[in-house]
Design a protein around this ligand. Structure first.
Ligand SMILES: Nc1ncnc2c1ncn2[C@@H]1O[C@H](COP(=O)(O)OP(=O)(O)OP(=O)(O)O)[C@@H](O)[C@H]1O
Ligand SMILES: [Mg+2]
Length: 112
């Protein structure tokens, strides 16, 4: 299993969610965050205004999937989230050691 952590521009959330459900992703965590990348937030535009501070609002997605699906998920996020302008986000892929569905006790791939 893989955990895909992606940051995206907030207005892209719906498009990315749709792209992911289209390829069979059944669950995800969504968090509103602030962060910065290689421009330290300085040159990024958010809602028409250049952000004066170092932190720019982003959405963080955390998606647990079977290892076989990970590449597809990364591709779908990349396609849906890209504007070609700075600040389109980052995607990190991590290994998951164990997963558990609390209600049933199912584990690992069966728990996803
Ligand atoms: N090295 C990093 N570690 C952790 N989070 C990061 C890192 N780089 C970027 N992020 C997160 O990703 C978000 C988006 O970063 P951003 O897309 O601006 O990256 P970038 O590398 O500066 O790319 P770009 O040149 O397209 O702006 C940041 O707000 C931050 O939350
Ligand atoms: Mg940046």
């Amino acid at each position: 299993m893989k955990l895909i952590i992606a940051t995206i521009k907030p207005f892209k959330l719906e498009e990315v969610r749709e792209a992911l459900t289209d390829i069979g992703v059944r669950g995800m965590m969504v968090t509103e965050i602030k962060g910065f990348g290689s421009q330290s937030g300085h040159t990024e535009i958010y809602r028409g205004a250049e952000y004066a501070v170092n932190f720019v609002p982003k959405i963080k997605l955390e998606i647990a999937v079977s290892a076989a699906m990970a590449d597809q998920v990364v591709e779908a996020i990349t396609k849906a989230a890209r504007t070609g302008k700075i600040g389109d986000g980052k995607i990190f892929v991590l290994d998951i050691q164990q997963a558990m569905r609390v209600r049933t006790g199912e584990t690992n791939d069966d728990a996803l």
